[in-house]
Design a protein around this ligand. Structure first.
Ligand code: Y12
Ligand code: CO
Length: 170
């Protein structure tokens, strides 16, 4: 089922998401619906709060480097994530399904060591770099009510607010 994506400046996006306790069929349905919703909107990442579920759940599905294809086998379902270690810096031109039509450069950690659970409640610890690391950090910010536009300089934030007002008038 395709769910509605909550758009900026809706206050729902500012909620702090809660840890998942039950790895049950309800969680599996949410993950499946989030995947359908993300693919339907040409997204590469989605957090549960973006479909109005305040749970520490996120998806990342990065296109392959060779043919730019987005394959379901590469889908990463991340639950209750914790960053254990960070390294380096990377600047990426980011976009968000909750802030459609606006892209801007954001500075993040290049490499992260991440602890998380999968849909079956199995613990994982992995290292992510580059695009994948950026996408995970972007989605993890959503779990704490933070959007990529909050990380912009004052000048870039003003540019965003101006574009937003222009789009709202259309
Ligand atoms: C790097 C940086 C940020 C992320 C987070 C995930 N972001 C997305 O998946 C953004 C997708 C996106 C798609 C849009 O297109 C449609 O809605 C059809 C879009 O809208 C427009 O551009 C009009 C905006 C964002 C991962 C990795
Ligand atoms: Co986002």
């Amino acid at each position: 089922m395709i769910l509605d994506i909550v758009k900026y400046p809706n206050k729902i996006l500012r909620k702090i998401s809660k840890e998942v306790i039950k790895f049950d069929v309800e969680l599996h349905n949410l993950l499946d619906n989030m995947y359908e919703t993300m693919i339907n909107s040409n997204g590469v990442g989605l957090a549960a709060i973006q479909v109005a579920y305040p749970l520490r759940v996120l998806l990342v599905n990065i296109p392959r480097e060779d043919d730019n294809e987005q394959c379901k086998e590469d889908l990463l379902e991340i639950i209750n994530p914790v960053i254990l270690k960070t390294e380096g810096e990377i600047i990426w031109n980011e976009g968000c399904l909750s802030v459609p039509g606006f892209y801007e450069e954001v500075k993040r950690f290049d490499k992260i060591s991440l602890y998380y659970y999968d849909r079956n409640g199995i613990k994982h610890e992995n290292i992510f770099e580059g695009f994948m690391s950026v996408a995970i950090q972007h989605e993890m910010d959503h779990l704490n009510g933070i959007l990529f536009v909050d990380k912009l300089s004052l000048i870039k934030r003003k540019k965003f607010e101006k574009e937003l007002r222009k789009n709202q008038k259309k």
